[in-house]
Unconditional design. Sequence first.
Length: 421
Amino acid sequence: MNSDMMEALDTLEREKGISVEVMLEALANALVTAYKRMPDAAEEALVEIDIETGEIHVIAQELDEDGHVVKEWDDTPDDFGRIGAQTAKQVMLQKIREAEREMKYEEYAGREGDIVTGIIQQTDQRYTLLDLGRVEALLPQAEQAQNERYEHGSRLKAYIVEVRKTAKGPQIVVSRTHPGLVKRLFELEVPEIVDGVVDLKAIAREPGHRTKIAVASNDPHVDPVGACVGARGSRVRMVVNELRGEKVDIVPYSDDPAEFVMKALAPARVREVRIDEESGTAEVIVPDFQLSLAIGREGQNARLAARLTGWRVDIRSETQQDEEPAADYAEGEWVENTSGELVWQPAEGGDAISAADAGYAGEGDKAPAAEAQADAPAADAAVDAAAPTADGDAETETEPEHAGSETEAATVGGDEGGSDG
């Protein structure tokens, strides 16, 4: 090894951030290993490298029973300069690779919760690979939206959920289903969120289908829903496009639980909300024609509203509410009165109900109240709230025509038909 090699080490220190001392230490250890593989090599030895000239010397040692050095001599092989040059090259390449891996890891370590943009490289049944430039990100099947198709070469934004340190470099795990993706997308499009004027209070998401977010303003002159929607829906439309058509409901947040639940059920119009704090239930009364819209397709609208607000949502139509007293008679039995007529006798007492009034169809028939409940269209929708959203952040999208009022919600990404609720 000569002065040219030392200059190369200096260059590596400047360009890669690998100190010369670290490189020389690694090189000395590698040279000791190379020396011991040679014939007639001493059992104990160390390698000294002159930091000025780059000269290499092998110092053989003899140790006593206690491990103390009792004898040392220079045992540098004649051709050890050639071996040293080859070993130095291998060590430097290895250190360069390690340094690059460490730099890549440091670049992404601690970035969990950020959003990245990558180019789709490979897709199979297990995962999709995204090229982020210097590294690749892993999008597992479990983190992919069901209705999304990932085409090779197309660009995709994803949410970083984990950065792992491996022997081959950092492994970045990203997601397209995490609620935080919606949050970050809104932060990219809505400056008021970054500035702290608008807060994302809560978010509930069913990836690929629908998202509800609740927003509030710290400035009385700023409409939070309108800020997220943007001029003619430009801001929210960018988010919807990135989510590939996923519907987004943006609703105004309220400290009043009843009002918050009412807004969270948008686009359905709610007549009344009754809050039972002991049971954590919000009883919602809607007009008959709004019942299916409030519940949504397969209960989706009610389910998302429950997750967004944290309340168990029990939805009933006005007709079902008017029939509520019949529920007092749900417990009882069929008996014959003094005239031999079959009547329903409520367990809680009160007047018996004749078989004709109860619609009795034969022995074993249900109680009147239970029958009424069963016959009512889409009788009840009771939805439990899920655990609070990750990050405690909320995100939502709105429809342009509703952007002007804080008391209205907005929906973007699909029709507001009852079947889509």
